[in-house]
Design a protein around this ligand. Structure first.
Ligand code: C2E
Ligand code: MG
Ligand code: MG
Ligand code: MG
Length: 281
């Protein structure tokens, strides 16, 4: 070998990096066209209240039906949308569409929408939300905005001002993926959230890690003493459901009850399970 090992290694990795970067660039170009091309679709996953075993609402989960790649999962395109700033436009579409869809449901059902930290920091979120609920004719109380702890990491006055503005509008604010951030507890103190969504990693971990049940118990207790709804995410089995009930969680969400479904299947979900959102315990 005439050339050094180091150079050889670089040559080995370079093409792969190119493919990755290229793929990302293509994804970005396609993302720019996706809204106009009506390639986005909202799926809805029911959230079940454990007090009465009824569906209390649905979380909107974004799907991208790419013309050649098929359905691209949010984990793949949302990071790209965030890096390019496209998430602001896409996120506005999500909020507007979720309000329009929720308006067709029974009026005691809420809709939850995920808001990216990038979308949150961009100006005008409160205006978009105001316009979206007004346009759909939805009572603001029926809209929940899910934010992650990343939003509060740069916990400055502007972030808190936006949160307060949104709460004054009458929409609800949930903390999503609770327990995965750096400083989960202190965030709870900085703003009066309406709901805590316990990250699914704790629920998934129950069998292997006995500490997880202690953590879930602590979060449920925290919610009870603070008067905040607690929702356990990622409940897949009867056993997990029973444990969430025992530990005092308010609500559960997960494949046990239903995977996210297209909006056209929401009505049959509600009429199934033996009547208006009444689900099997
Ligand atoms: P998330 O907000 O925590 O949403 C819950 C995710 O867990 C969804 O994945 C859902 O399909 C999945 N899930 C629900 N129940 C179960 C279960 O029992 N087991 C398992 N294994 N998974 C379950 P999805 O739809 O792939 O979304 C992933 C993430 O992408 C979301 O996490 C959210 O952070 C983000 N996302 C989705 N839609 C939007 C959107 O419209 N805007 C923004 N900014 N982010 C979104
Ligand atoms: Mg969420
Ligand atoms: Mg979550
Ligand atoms: Mg998540």
């Amino acid at each position: 070998r005439a050339k050094g090992e180091g150079r050889g290694r670089f040559h080995f990795f370079e093409p792969e990096m190119d493919v990755k970067a290229q793929n990302r660039r293509l994804l970005e170009l396609d993302l720019r066209k996706a809204i106009g091309a009506r390639e986005f679709e909202l799926f809805y996953q029911p959230i079940v209240n454990l007090a009465d075993n009824r569906i209390s609402g649905f979380e909107a989960l974004l799907r991208w039906n790419h013309p050649t790649r098929g359905r691209v999962p949010p984990g793949e395109f949302i990071p790209v949308a965030e890096e390019t700033g496209l998430i602001t436009t896409i996120g506005e579409w999500v909020i507007r569409q979720a309000c329009i869809d929720a308006k067709t449901w029974p009026s005691d059902l809420r809709v939850a929408v995920n808001v990216s930290p990038v979308q949150f920091r961009a100006k005008g979120l409160a205006l978009i939300v105001t316009s979206a609920v007004a346009n759909a004719g939805l009572i603001p109380d029926r809209l929940e905005l899910e934010i992650t702890e990343t939003v509060l990491m740069h916990d400055n006055e502007e972030t808190l001002a936006t949160l307060r503005q949104l709460q004054v509008l009458g929409v609800r604010i949930s903390m999503d993926d609770f327990g995965t951030g750096y400083s989960s507890l202190s965030y709870l103190r900085s703003f009066p959230f309406d709901k805590i969504k316990i990250d699914q990693s704790f629920v998934r971990d129950l069998i292997n890690n006995p500490d997880s049940i202690g953590i879930i118990r602590a979060i449920a207790g925290l919610g009870q003493s603070m008067g905040v709804t607690t929702t356990a995410e990622g409940v897949e089995t009867q056993e997990q459901l029973d444990q969430m009930r025992n530990e005092g969680c308010t609500e559960v969400q997960g494949f046990f009850y239903s995977r996210p479904v297209p909006v056209s299947e929401v009505a049959s979900l509600l009429s199934g399970f033996g009547g208006r959102g009444h689900v099997a315990a």
